[in-house]
Design a protein around this ligand. Sequence first.
Ligand SMILES: NC(=O)c1ccc[n+]([C@@H]2O[C@H](COP(=O)([O-])OP(=O)(O)OC[C@H]3O[C@@H](n4cnc5c(N)ncnc54)[C@H](OP(=O)(O)O)[C@@H]3O)[C@@H](O)[C@H]2O)c1
Length: 312
Amino acid sequence: MAKIIAVIGSTGSQGGGLCRAILADTSGAFACRAITRDPSKDKAKALAAAGAEVVQADIDDVESLKKAFAGAHGVYAVTNFWEHFNAAKEKTQAKNIADAAKAAGVQHVVWSTLEDTRKWMPASDTRMPMLQEVYRVPHFDAKAEADAFFAGVPTTFLWTSFYWDNLYMFGLAPKKGEDGKYAWAFPLGTAKMAGIGAEDIGRCAYGIFKAGTPYIGKTVGIMGEALTVEEMGEKLSKGLGIGPVTYNAVDANVYRSWGFPGADEMGNMFQVYRDFEGPFLAARSVETARALNPQLQNFDTWIQNNKSKIPV
Ligand SMILES: NC(=O)c1ccc[n+]([C@@H]2O[C@H](COP(=O)([O-])OP(=O)(O)OC[C@H]3O[C@@H](n4cnc5c(N)ncnc54)[C@H](OP(=O)(O)O)[C@@H]3O)[C@@H](O)[C@H]2O)c1
């Protein structure tokens, strides 16, 4: 009988990629239970049409999760910080998932978490502000704090990377100026940033579920490729045929001051990528990601696969 994977975030990037990976596997070893708050939305209907069992549940409601996890072999656990920007709420949501997985006796949870960036900066370090009182990068640090909720649950801790899909989903693509030339700005200096195609995260997670036991209790860091912003601009220029892309390496304080929702959070995050480039990249592996997911894209391949979505 197929082992059921209950997938939180099934209508989103990470969980959606996992659902599509399970549904594409014709071996029948695993079955996809797609969790959403709203089974009537188009993305949920598309998963149902592709063969998923679509189940309604809310990660703010632990009882709904217990029902949704009943009989499942595995759970993909992801929280969406960017829906509410609230670290405390993200932690509560992760606790609900862990508690429900424990109650349902799930045999393997893959928890999409991130490292605690405070390990690199003592509280006395003034290079970047504290946010939400106690965090440097709340959507990293709160996920790391939530790891403790999974004690006693057979869990793999998955450290993901910056989605290249942010170029179209978060409006981060190079912008065309009045002079017709493209430019973009990040506080990344000359550091290489670990990136990944969002669809590849779920495919890697499926590799972890298939491999099973050896991954329980392990932390796995994945990326598609590490590139400087300069290198990304060159690849976009070539791949999209848009001429040179000028990179403005702004100061992190300048980036944080731009005031769009999450500017301080993203400013701190990019500064961590820049200032702690060595340990950040060392914690993520292209080889591991490719072993889990032979379809892994590098940035050039991702550009070719997504060029119609990139608004240039
Ligand atoms: N963007 C990046 O570069 C990046 C990199 C690393 C990690 N991350 C992390 O990725 C996480 C977001 O994952 P994503 O990008 O896959 O999300 P996404 O594409 O924005 O989709 C959000 C998903 O979460 C589900 N969801 C949200 N609140 C829910 C709730 N209360 N109950 C049940 N389901 C809920 C939504 O389901 P319904 O709406 O259908 O209920 C949807 O499927 C964030 O926490 C972020 O920190 C992002």
